[in-house]
Design a protein around this ligand. Structure first.
Ligand code: ZN
Length: 133
């Protein structure tokens, strides 16, 4: 499988960036009509998730909920001081799979694919690969 790198510039410490369109563009270029889309991210303080991209309050509420679950300050030992970001990243995960049907990502009507930044702003990378059935 050939992997394509997508550069993502994040703008704040905690934010979700909708990368659905960039993945759809990469899929179109690949020419794959039916198969599987894999998305991977080589970072430890950012993650990937799929969730609603219709109402922006959903992302706001997820970020607020994660910060309640995992406060920035706590009983952490990691000297870099960003343990909250590492924990949030592991909660989201580092890879995703989406079916490809008739040349399109088979996402639900309200679904978008998000890059989840927890220790920005930074220059990040996402790797996307497509396989045919
Ligand atoms: Zn760290």
């Amino acid at each position: 499988m050939k992997w394509t790198k997508i550069e993502v510039r994040t703008g704040s410490r905690n934010e979700f960036i909708d990368i659905t369109n960039r993945l759809s563009e990469a899929l179109e270029k690949s020419g794959v009509l039916n198969g599987t889309c894999y998305v991977y991210m080589p970072h430890t303080t950012a993650g990937l998730t799929i969730n609603e991209n219709a109402d922006p309050d959903v992302v706001r509420d997820i970020l607020a909920g994660l910060s309640r679950l995992v406060p920035m300050k706590g009983d952490y030992r990691h000297a870099e001081g960003n343990s909250d970001a590492h924990i949030k990243a592991s909660l989201m995960g580092f890879s995703l799979m989406v079916p490809i049907i008739e040349g399109r990502l088979a996402l639900g009507t309200w679904q978008g694919l998000y890059f989840c930044e927890f220790d920005g702003p930074r220059n990040r990378q996402v790797m996307v690969g497509f396989t045919t059935e």
